[in-house]
Unconditional design. Structure first.
Ligand code: BTN
Length: 337
């Protein structure tokens, strides 16, 4: 399959005879025809002529593994891909695969999620073709404390990848949302399986709103969610955003996260924070809410809050609520996607 698709791509818009394709890929002409039919089913537009052969005129619109891997500059991440046109949740599928032994760097991606999961048990709206909905299986040999850094790492790398491909830089809303002009563009959901002192696997789920126009979001998200296309000043490509993220994340994962050298990552998160300096409340569940001014990020990604009494509290995780009486917050909206 790869050979035939590659030959058609190299000669994009030109006819290639069935005979030539058969010879190049070492199969029969009937075999070529079968594979062409399969490529058409995947969404590739291939014209055929009895005299001239086959001509590729459009790639599949889907984020199919053939497309993701074409030009992907990674060593391991995304070399194994599970693609589904529709799935309930890529995180759920990735967890099953990880449980069955899928190796580190395995990518699970879908065009449509019927039950996309957000943080705190929320849903994640994931319509077909509009975003990049994926989960990466990781098997880091780090402590549970150090693991918290994985989501901030992903947020930083994604902000940079969006800057490189779309020419604008989203801010990081603690703990790990990407926002631009007050609208949420991307969310990260890391799920972990392990023992207190040994991580079995982490499923890092990321949803990026890419092609949405305002009316593509459900009414309850209309004021809160945004997409890359709404702010991008250049033509946008889901494939390029994903490939850039995967390549940069693989490097940062090994060089910063695994080696425990998170200083530059945290420095970037501070410089591009949508949270620091604001008056916020953090709901940690079980009725525990801390309020104060968000003052700093710790090296493990935790948030330092300055409370009314002038003391400081370190918060590892929770649901951030921006307080309406914070001067910068008046023009901002909530955070449900
Ligand atoms: C958040 O609430 O901000 C986290 C959203 C994470 C959504 C992504 S989409 C791909 C992956 N699969 C899921 O079911 N959720 C994550």
């Amino acid at each position: 399959m790869d050979n035939i698709l590659q030959a058609l791509k190299t000669h994009f818009g030109e006819y290639l005879s069935g005979e030539k394709l058969a010879k190049n890929s070492g199969i029969t002409r009937a075999g070529v025809w079968k594979q062409i039919e399969h490529l058409r089913e995947l969404g590739y537009t291939i014209e055929s002529s009895p005299r001239h052969g086959y001509k590729l005129t459009a790639l599949t619109p889907d984020l199919h593994p053939y497309e993701i891997q074409d030009g992907l500059a990674t060593h391991v991440f995304g070399k194994e891909i599970f693609f589904q046109k529709e799935v309930d949740s890529t995180n759920r599928l990735a967890r099953n695969l990880a449980y069955q032994g899928a190796r580190e760097g395995t990518l699970v991606i879908a065009e449509n999620q019927t039950q996309g999961k957000g943080r705190m048990g929320r849903r994640w709206d994931s319509k077909p073709g509009l975003g990049v909905w994926f989960s990466l299986i990781l098997r880091p040999q780090v402590s549970m404390e150090a693991l918290a850094g994985i989501t901030i790492l992903a947020a930083v790398v994604l902000s940079k990848a969006i800057d490189a491909t779309c020419r604008f830089r989203p801010e990081i809303k603690w703990p790990n949302d990407l926002v631009f002009q007050g609208r949420k563009l991307a969310g990260i959901l890391a799920e972990v399986s392990g023992e207190i002192d040994r991580i079995h696997y982490v499923v890092l789920g990321i949803g990026i709103n890419v092609n949405h126009r305002a009316d593509d979001f459900p009414p309850d998200l209309a004021e809160k969610a945004g997409s890359l296309a709404q702010s991008c000043t250049v033509g946008i490509s889901r494939k390029l955003v994903l490939q850039t993220f995967l390549a940069d994340f693989e490097k940062a994962y090994h060089n910063s996260f695994i080696l425990g050298r998170m200083d530059e990552i945290i420095a970037f998160a501070k410089e591009n924070s949508a949270t620091l300096g604001k008056r916020v409340s953090v709901d940690q569940g079980f009725g525990k809410v801390h309020s104060g001014v968000a003052r700093d990020l710790d090296n493990d990604g935790s948030l330092w809050l300055e409370t009314a009494s002038g003391g400081r509290v370190k918060i590892h995780s929770g649901e951030l609520i921006e307080n309406a009486n914070s001067p910068k917050l008046a023009e901002r909206t909530g955070d449900r996607q």
